[in-house]
Design a protein around this ligand. Structure first.
Ligand SMILES: Cc1ncc(COP(=O)(O)O)c(C=O)c1O
Length: 410
């Protein structure tokens, strides 16, 4: 390929003096801790306030990572022994980890040709022990939240929306993360906007918010800069506060999210429009094309061998971050060895051996989700960097088009 491409780290390509100035402000004031310090800290608070406006929610809580956000949310929701959490076959290991760390049992659910949770299969997996549905908006694109919420409401089960990979996305005009009981976003370096590390939790539920604040830190909520030791909420916290340095960067980046998404979406649409004339593959079905955030393209072929060869072809041709979906690491359930082998959290064998979990016995090896397996085998995922030039888009179109013709047609 020609000129070096922008990195596949979307928010990084948009870093500017604004982030530098925000960080400098924190250092100059020595106000590194979010709740108090030599001068009043402001950045994490501002981030949370802006997040409420941006997502259109009553409460937002910044935490130290997306994984931390998941742990915090599940703990605050009371996920523990004797409960099952439904998770799609295409996700990231962190979502499963949060279930296991809370001593609950993960239950896999098929994805459909949108590569997001299949609401029909979700319903089939519900038991009397199902206490949470983890809807993961994967690879930049929203789930069908109408269908998922219909099932959740029918059985009165809360939904946690994992929006780590779809920050700024929406479904039918409403931001992802605001349909369920609680939504989370990651600010890790691969995500649409970033502070290197960080996470956000959003909810409209006042009581849950208080529990989230308590769970993320001390087990009791903070009130006016002090731990509130006398209120109704007291249990166990996790030490997952966001620091002011991360908050300063995250706040600036969150303000840039619409631009980042608009650029990636436009590149993706351009690439798709030009590739549409090629035969031999289909594009991922989008539940709401307007709500897509654009960082990935998924192509599905008739045969696995085509997907494997296209991946090699593109990688050899210099396109970065192309994967045969079956081999997309810890995003695919059957690649998570600790899950497949049911590795325990401690020598006691928990969560698998807990008596409360005795009725929740599931298998997680390849074959557990055959419809998803088939889709993963025949598909390729390609990163769309967040600041491609028109010339780079053209190169990408050419490279993918040539790979398809060589592999499928010849
Ligand atoms: C779907 C999904 N959930 C959760 C996470 C965890 O976020 P973090 O890396 O910020 O802990 C990630 C990202 O890594 C992710 O892709």
């Amino acid at each position: 390929m020609g000129k070096k491409w922008p990195s596949g780290f979307p928010g990084i390509n948009w870093l500017s003096r604004q982030e530098e100035e925000a960080v400098t402000d924190v250092v100059r004031k020595g106000a590194l801790f979010r709740y108090y310090g030599p001068q009043s800290p402001t950045h994490v608070n501002q981030l949370e306030e802006y997040a409420c406006t941006f997502y259109g929610v009553r409460h937002a809580l910044a935490v130290n990572s997306g994984t931390g956000a998941l742990f915090t949310a599940m703990s605050a929701l009371g996920i523990g022994p004797g409960t099952e959490v439904i998770i799609p076959a295409f996700m990231w290991v962190a979502t499963v980890t949060a279930v296991i760390q809370n001593n609950a049992i993960p239950v896999l659910c098929e994805v459909d040709d949108s590569f997001n949770m299949d609401a029909g299969d979700l319903e089939k997996n519900i038991t009397e022990r199902t206490k949470l549905i983890a809807a993961v908006h994967m690879a930049g694109t929203p789930c069908d939240m109408d269908a998922i919420m219909r099932v959740a409401e029918r059985y009165n089960i809360p939904v946690l929306e994992d929006c780590a990979q779809c920050n700024g996305g929406s479904f039918k005009g409403r931001k992802v993360g605001t349909f369920g009981k609680v939504g989370m976003y990651s600010l890790q370096i691969n995500k649409n906007v970033t502070a290197g590390e960080g996470g956000l939790l959003v909810t409209d539920d006042e009581r849950l918010y208080t529990r989230l604040v308590a769970a993320h830190d001390l087990g009791v909520p903070w009130k006016q800069g002090l731990p509130d030791e006398t209120g109704e909420v007291y249990f166990w916290g996790q030490g997952r506060r966001m620091g002011e340095l991360a908050g300063a960067v995250a706040n600036v980046q969150l303000h840039k999210l619409p631009q980042v998404v608009a650029h990636m979406k436009a590149s993706k649409q351009h690439i798709k429009d030009k590739l549409a004339k090629n035969k031999g593959f289909s594009f991922r079905r989008l539940n709401d094309p307007d709500g897509d955030t654009g960082p990935f393209l998924i192509l599905t072929f008739d045969k696995e061998s085509h997907a494997v060869r296209i991946t090699q072809h593109l990688t050899n041709g210099g396109i970065e971050n192309v994967f045969h979906l079956s081999e997309y690491g810890l995003h695919i359930y059957h690649n998570i060895r600790s899950l497949v082998e049911k590795v325990s959290l401690s020598p006691a064998g928990n969560p698998w051996s807990l008596s409360q979990n005795a009725d929740s016995v599931f298998e997680y090896g390849k074959g557990a989700c055959p419809t998803s397996d088939d889709l993963f085998e025949r598909s390729v995922i390609i990163t769309i960097p967040s600041r491609l030039t028109t010339e780079q888009e053209r190169q990408m179109i050419q490279a993918i088009g040539d790979a398809v013709v060589d592999t499928v047609t010849n």
